[in-house]
Structure formats: structure tokens, C-alpha cells
Design a protein around this ligand. Structure first.
Ligand code: SF4
Length: 457
């Protein structure tokens, strides 16, 4: 198992950034003397030769899209190399344990998995058969790890991944995580069923070394991919100060919940001074009813306050939304669009956000919610989520129309403001009212910095 390429790590899709979720397992394995190969099928072709050489194939599935792609990859792996052990790891692995083990997977792991992946490889190396080797396969691993610096040497170049668009130019982006997991328990989020309200921090020196190697590769901006950068605000500030101390020209973005932006409002100006240019926040909805069902821990008023606070600190808030839930009314949807314009957020929200539909994976905390039951359908096994139906057929039709319009607009590289207007017209038509006036701003206007990959979760 120590020969080069006997272990193959596969990334399927990590929101357009270089896959840290395979760079870290690679580093853990290399520290123990293994020489894994890596393949990122989101930016390079499936390489049958690399697959044939492998005795173990470890497929990273940190998100729903990655899982769907990963299952197809596993089928191709099986066709090329039927004897190898196939493991799925990442958030969506244990959520879908039953389906994966009945199908393409020999084992599944999630949580703080890297040491467990090394353990799996060791057991296979010692001659255990696939079933014995993966006995503890379905339980999330929640142990504190000793992190090496992620191993990125074999990954495709940063140039192949999402860029930062700023001042009409594009820049290379580093992707790091200062913490993993989350201390909150929002009901629709895939993290709580795996992490159960826990999070783990990455030592500052490991993180800095990871940034350093990506700056050497050309990155001028850093995305902190922590589920919530402000879960540990002291750690976040220490990281940002160290980053700025070594790379004073580097900018960064991070994700934090609305509640944290309010609670730590006095830290926002310093974060901006240290290089933060924008903040992503899962606002999800303006409806306090919906927010209560999701147990988001914030209200509409809090979202309004957060927009003001972040702007006053000199940064842009890029809220993300789940505008299609069983509890969101057509009026709610139209009000959200109005809010986006009134708050000057049209350029801060990628149009795909207006089409997002609540995803209910197996294991979701929402499945315990009595409020969901009237709308809940069966598990769609091969798509890894539960179906649900909106009580208002106009919302189902609107979801289909908005999704199609947004996809078409993205394919045609339409100005986001024009797509926003299209969505507004669709919503007004669904409500049976005349479309409201909106003047699409000039194409050469100044826009807030954004990543070229519009997905956030
Ligand atoms: S939605 Fe955000 S704050 Fe809530 S549990 Fe998930 S990562 Fe944590």
C-alpha cells in the first residue's frame, strides 16, 4: 500500500475551489509514509490508468452535488477496477450510509476523518477484507486531530479554480479552513447531524503555512471555508491578525451567521482593516415563520441590522437564501426580491440564490419537525434527499420557472441585475400583478468583489 498511487483520493466538486478535502487526507497519509495519488474530476478527466493502479479509492463528498457526482465516479471505478476498496468520506457520506453501502461503497466516513482514513488503509494493508476493515464505518468521527499542512503539490493548479472578480480583473484565490464543524444546530443544515454542535479549530501556524503555499502559487485573496468563521471569535481574530501580519496586501472573505455578526459587531471594523472584503451569511429567509422552523437564531430585523453593520465596517454582506421552503409564501418571495433592491444588494447576490429549494437529506434534523410532516414526501433514494411539496401550486410552478431562467441566464453569462429583473417579473406574474419597475444598471458599474463560482453550500 506504500507504493505510489496505491491509494487514490478523488474530489468531485468543492464549490469551485481547490479541494482541501483531499489535500488534508493526502497530508495525513503522506505523514505515515503512503504516497497517494489525487484526481479532481471537477477540473480534469476521469483517469482510468490512475484508477487501475489503486487498491483503495477514497471519494470526497462534502456536499450534495459532490455525492451525486461521486456515485457516478464510483460506478466507473468499479467498472475499471472491481477489486479495489471504495470509501466515501465527507458530510454527505454518513447521511447516506444505507444507500451507499447497498450500492457503490465498501465504507463511509464523516466528521474529522483523516486519521480514520489512515486507519482504514492500515487495516486493508494488514490484509483485512473490506467488511472487517470498515467495521466502524457509519459513525461520524469526532476526535481532535493533529493537523499537518495540507498537501497540495499534486492538485491541479489554482488557475483551474474559481477566481475573485474585483475591479474588472480576476485574481487567484486560496481556500483554507480555520475551523471545521459548527456549534449551532440549524435544522436544515447537513452539519449538525454529523458534528452534533461541535467544532474543531486548526492551529494558526498550520493555516498560515497553507496560505503561504497558495500565495506562492499566485493567490492574492483567501476564502475561509469554515462553516462559521466566528464560531470561535478569538481564534478567528488571531488567524486574521497573523495573516495580515505576514501578507498585508492579501484580502479575504469568510462565512458567518447573522447572529454572530450582531454579537461580534465591534470586531467587524478590525476584520475589515485586516483585509476582509466580503462576508457570506446564510440569511435564508426574511420570514420570521420560516426562520423559526429552521431554528436559524435570527430574525428579519437582525438581517437588516447585519447588512448595515457590515457595510458600515467597509465590507459587503453577501447573503445566501433558501427562498423555496414549504412555509414561504408567494408574498414572502416577492418581498425578498423587494428587500434585495431596497438594500442595494442586487449585485451582492448571485441569481442562483433566488432558485434554491430546501434540501432535506436523510438524517436531517428537519425530519423530526412536526411542521414539516404535512409537506414531506418519500426519500428519493438515488438523489439523496426527501421530496416535499409546497401547499401553493403557484410556488411549485415559480420554482421551476425561476430555476430554468437562472440556469439559462448563467449559461448566457447574463448580467446578474438583468436576471434579477427576470426573476421579479416571474414572481409578479405568478401573483397576478403587473411587473414592478426596475432599471437595470449600466454594465460598467462598480460591483462588490465576488467569486466566479456562485454556489455557497
Ligand atoms: S447553517 Fe451555519 S450556523 Fe447553522 S448549523 Fe449550519 S453551519 Fe452552523
Amino acid at each position: 500500500m506504500k507504493e505510489s498511487g496505491a491509494i487514490l483520493l478523488v474530489a468531485c466538486y468543492e464549490l469551485g475551489h481547490q479541494p482541501l478535502a483531499v489535500a488534508w487526507p493526502a497530508a495525513f497519509l503522506e505523514r505515515e509514509g503512503y504516497r497517494p495519488a489525487v484526481m479532481d474530476v471537477s477540473v480534469e478527466p476521469f483517469d482510468a490508468e490512475r484508477v487501475q493502479r489503486a487498491r483503495v479509492v477514497l471519494i470526497s463528498v462534502p456536499m450534495h452535488t459532490a455525492l451525486r457526482l461521486g456515485v457516478t465516479v464510483a460506478e466507473r471505478v468499479r467498472a475499471v477496477n472491481p477489486a479495489c476498496h471504495v470509501a466515501f468520506f465527507g458530510l454527505y457520506a454518513t447521511l447516506n450510509t444505507e444507500h451507499l453501502l447497498a450500492g457503490p461503497a465498501d465504507s463511509v466516513l464523516s466528521g474529522e476523518v483523516e486519521a480514520a482514513l489512515v486507519g482504514l488503509v492500515r487495516r486493508l494493508e494488514a490484509g483485512a477484507d473490506s467488511t472487517t476493515a470498515s467495521r466502524a464505518r457509519s459513525l461520524p468521527v469526532l476526535e481532535k486531530l493533529s493537523f499537518p499542512v495540507p498537501s497540495r503539490a499534486q492538485l491541479p493548479s489554482l488557475k483551474k479554480y474559481a477566481r475573485l472578480e474585483r475591479d474588472d480583473g480576476q485574481e487567484l484565490v486560496a481556500y483554507v479552513e480555520a475551523s471545521r464543524g459548527c456549534k449551532h444546530l440549524c435544522r436544515h443544515c447537513p452539519i449538525p447531524p454529523v458534528y452534533g454542535g461541535r467544532f474543531f479549530v486548526v492551529p494558526v501556524e498550520v493555516l498560515l503555512a497553507d496560505v503561504r503555499q497558495q500565495v506562492e502559487a499566485g493567490a492574492t485573496h483567501v476564502t475561509f471555508g469554515d462553516p462559521d468563521f466566528l464560531n470561535g471569535p478569538g481564534h478567528a481574530l488571531a488567524v486574521a491578525r497573523a495573516l495580515h501580519g505576514e501578507f498585508p496586501r492579501l484580502t479575504f472573505d469568510f462565512t458567518a451567521k447573522i447572529e454572530h455578526l450582531l454579537r461580534h459587531r465591534e470586531r467587524l471594523p478590525e476584520l475589515a482593516r485586516l483585509g476582509a472584503s466580503f462576508i457570506v451569511s446564510a440569511a435564508e429567509s426574511l420570514s420570521d415563520t420560516v426562520l423559526a422552523h429552521l431554528e436559524k437564531g435570527h430574525t428579519r430585523t437582525d438581517i437588516e441590522t447585519a447588512v448595515r453593520l457590515v457595510s458600515a465596517a467597509g465590507m459587503t454582506l453577501r447573503p445566501t437564501w433558501v427562498p423555496f421552503t414549504p412555509w414561504t409564501t408567494l408574498d414572502d418571495y416577492r418581498e425578498l426580491l423587494e428587500f434585495v433592491e431596497t438594500c442595494g444588494l442586487v449585485d451582492a447576490i448571485d441569481p442562483v440564490q433566488f432558485s434554491i429549494r430546501l434540501l432535506i437529506p436523510p438524517g436531517s434534523l428537519l425530519l423530526e419537525s412536526a411542521a414539516l410532516r404535512p409537506f414531506l414526501g418519500d426519500l428519493v433514494k438515488n438523489q439523496f434527499h426527501h421530496a416535499w411539496t409546497h401547499p401553493d401550486p403557484r410556488m411549485e410552478a415559480l420554482h421551476r420557472e425561476v430555476s430554468a431562467a437562472v440556469a439559462r441566464a448563467a449559461d448566457g453569462r447574463e448580467d446578474g441585475a438583468a436576471t434579477y429583473q427576470r426573476v421579479r417579473e416571474l414572481a409578479d406574474r405568478a401573483a397576478g400583478v403587473a411587473p414592478r419597475a426596475f432599471t437595470t444598471p449600466a454594465r460598467d458599474r462598480k460591483r462588490p468583489p465576488r467569486l466566479t463560482e456562485p454556489w455557497f453550500c
